[in-house]
Design a protein around this ligand. Sequence first.
Ligand code: NAD
Ligand code: UDP
Length: 325
Amino acid sequence: MARLYDSRKRILVTGGSGFIGSHLIDRLLELGHEVICADNLFTGTKRNVDHLHNHPRFEFLRHDVTFPLYLEVDEIYNLACPASPVHYQYDPVQTTKTSVHGAINMLGLAKRLKCKIFQASTSEVYGDPVVHPQTEEYWGNVNPIGPRSCYDEGKRCAETLFFDYHRQHGLQIKVARIFNTYGPRMHPADGRVVSNFIMQALQGEPITLYGDGSQTRSFCFVDDMVEAFIRLMATGDEVTGPVNLGNPGEFTIRELAEKVVRQTGSKSQIVYRDIPQDDPKQRCPDITRAKALLGWQPAIPLDQGLGWTIDYFSNLIADRKSARP
Ligand code: NAD
Ligand code: UDP
């Protein structure tokens, strides 16, 4: 427990230099809290938290969560883990270690501090789902030995650890199953579909559609997601999760490609590439539980959120061009 003099909290965000983590930190600082960001900068960048450099209530710590961490904080948000398939498959052993050893280290810290701990779990715990839309009761359809397993099984094992720490040690846990989230500060080269399509469209490059584009995803704008995190963390001890967090609007990847082309006014053509192994065919959250427990549902439609994300990547490209000698 941190010993602060007022109602503000000291909050640890692991993976805070990444896409979602940096938005979460902005929001926590706006709420008046102190924030420690622990990140090894594997997929995150200092640029995402550059604007906080001189903020009196912000501290950056270069730290890998697979190693223990000794701090005094009131709450922990555990987000550290590469999220894009390209990045988490780059060093799959490290991905599993980050989820599993990272969870053990952060849970150990929370146990000593007797503080609430939030886990950024994922819709990937459902694998290639045969139940649609996915409810939290569904146990999933996950390949334990495929190229996505380091991420899927790592996150599943982390959930197991969270619930065992809860049952065995009475820890206050908050497990969120996050569905595809997008917005400004996604890494432009991380290979995820929204950033790929927008970067390709803005640069007049071919839009790479994997498979026939009939697979579906549900896309949640990052501000909506962060709002859900804050609400989930604020719930009482009786709420442990897992809670699905995502936007139930479901689109085929072909529809997404067409939207991006339309909204950017790009002349890019769609080209077809092989579908990656074990790529889930359909994904859509049932958010009944989140609505009931958190009074939350996403407010930002895909077209609007895509517009803001396109603006972000346009500016990024313009900045890069002007920085060239
Ligand atoms: P991201 O890659 O932008 O951020 C992850 C952050 O974790 C990065 O800053 C990275 O440097 C850091 N990190 C990775 N390994 C680490 C380690 N061993 N020690 C310390 N830091 C480490 O991804 P994101 O989209 O912001 O995802 C954040 C979290 O949300 C992840 O846990 C991810 O699994 C989860 N999630 C995200 C989505 C999504 O659509 N964005 C969906 C489901 C779950
Ligand atoms: N995808 C695609 N083209 C790309 C990148 C991704 O068609 O350039 C597809 C991918 O095969 C998947 C979907 O878009 O069906 C979402 O992929 P992403 O990597 O964003 O996340 P996932 O939900 O698969 O973890």
